[in-house]
Design a protein around this ligand. Structure first.
Ligand code: LRH
Ligand code: MN
Ligand code: MN
Length: 424
């Protein structure tokens, strides 16, 4: 973990300035009828899960350029995730990917306790073949034409649930790469029937208090058709399976310009919004850092979430899902978690009574201006004060760099080869 003195020193350099900025923003918000401390209290309890796979340097199918001190296994990854939480207080849990992170439950629990984390949704993996696997997923997994291959994929998902139960997880996220590369290669309907049958078996193994999250993605690795390609298909799955099945929205998994916040509203309206994978994108499933390309879209998603916060049983899961190819993953994940918090804080500032009035008066200009007023407000002092009061860093990046964590772990963790591509 990070040396506490390094955090203190870094905070001492910024403390007085933060107090002044917080007071100034407090006065400004008071004139808008907003209590800054109430906003800060909500932000302070907000958390987004870190993906275990995010703390390793990512890559593309062309190359991977590893950074120093990369985590060797899930225990190193949990150390890195612990640092992110220690400095930001925005990431209290980790989402595991199986089999990448498969280890005895007792060891996972012990390490998570040591670094002050808990476990979020489990992610299964039937998009890659593992060395000891009987059947290949080259032509699909849950929707494969061969029953034994489908069964293998079902069994893997059930094993993920079983491990998750032991470590305190409450959800399984299924994303499959199943699809086709050529017109005519598969029969769309029969392939989806096979998927639904297999998914029903997984659903049947779900404990009573668990959620099954299915994640859609428009394309890749299949490039002509994908079985779970959009939120419409995903909603059909959730409706077919039952109450415990909900849809996961990964921000990068849509066609360019798709109105994601509206998808969020639709799924919410019908009780089927299960969770998010936050990231950002410019062209496709780019897995760029959350809020790095289009922070306004992220804000608009949070606007929907705040709008729906009072709905009964509305509690979607929040996770990051990113690939860090050119940055230190810890720095990217800290920044991204804070971007998510920022969007949340900005959405909390929207004057919803005024907005509703303008909507009902068909005053489009004032409605959109009212919404944007939240986005335009610099809420950084609120986020920083919430961190400081939780014993974390006013400026997590500065504290992290000053503490020399990366150099320290680089001395302990052998350098990895950059050969080959890979998604993580
Ligand atoms: C697929 C995806 C899915 C996987 C992760 C590694 O593109 O978003 O969530 O589990 O990436
Ligand atoms: Mn995802
Ligand atoms: Mn993805």
């Amino acid at each position: 973990m990070i040396n506490k003195d390094a955090v203190e020193q870094s905070n001492d350099a910024a403390r007085a300035q933060l107090a002044a900025d917080y007071d100034a923003l407090g006065g400004h918000l008071e004139r808008r009828g907003i209590d800054i401390d109430a906003v800060k209290a909500k932000v302070a309890t907000y958390g987004v899960a870190v993906p275990s796979w995010g703390v390793g340097t990512g890559g593309t199918r062309f190359a991977r350029f590893p950074g120093p001190g990369e985590p060797r296994d899930i225990f190193d990854k949990l150390d890195d995730c612990g640092v992110i939480q220690q400095l930001t207080n925005a990431t209290p849990s980790v989402s595991l990917h199986i089999p990448w992170d498969a280890q005895p439950a007792a060891d996972l629990i012990a390490k998570a306790e040591e670094v002050g984390l808990r476990f979020d949704a489990m992610n299964s993996n039937t998009f890659q073949d593992q060395p000891d696997q009987a059947h290949s997923y080259k032509f699909g997994s849950l929707s494969h034409v061969d029953a034994a291959t489908r069964q293998q994929a079902v069994d893997h998902n059930i094993a993920c649930i079983e491990l998750g139960e032991q470590i305190g997880s409450k959800a399984l996220t299924i994303w499959v790469g199943d699809g086709s590369n050529f017109p005519g290669q598969t029969n769309f309907t029969r392939q989806f029937e096979r998927y639904l049958d297999a998914a029903r078996e997984v659903y049947g193994a779900l404990p009573a208090d668990w959620t099954l999250l299915t994640e859609h993605k428009m394309y890749e690795p299949a490039f002509y058709s994908t079985v779970v390609q959009d939120w419409g298909t995903n909603l059909l799955i959730a409706q077919q399976l039952g109450d415990k099945a909900k849809c996961l929205v990964d921000l990068g998994h849509h066609a360019p310009n798709v109105n994601i916040e509206m998808i969020v509203a639709r799924l919410t309206q019908f009780g089927k919004l299960g969770g998010f994978h936050f990231n950002d994108s410019k062209y496709g499933d780019d897995d760029l850092d959350t809020g790095s390309i289009d922070p306004y879209r992220l804000f608009l998603v949070f606007n929907e979430l705040v709008e729906s916060a009072e709905r009964p049983d509305f509690d979607p899961m929040h996770m990051l899902d990113q690939s860090h190819n050119v940055t230190d993953p810890i720095e990217s994940l800290m920044t991204s978690a804070m971007e998510v918090q920022r969007a949340y804080a900005q959405a909390l500032l929207v004057d919803r009574t005024a907005l509703k009035g303008f909507q009902e008066d068909n005053d489009a200009l004032m409605a959109t201006t009212t919404l944007k007023q939240g986005f335009r407000t610099d809420v950084e002092p609120i986020l920083a004060m919430a961190r400081l009061e939780a014993g974390c860093a006013i400026d997590p990046i500065a504290a992290y760099r000053a503490a020399g964590y990366r150099a320290k772990v680089a001395a302990e963790r052998p350098a990895l080869s950059g050969a080959g591509g890979g998604i993580v």
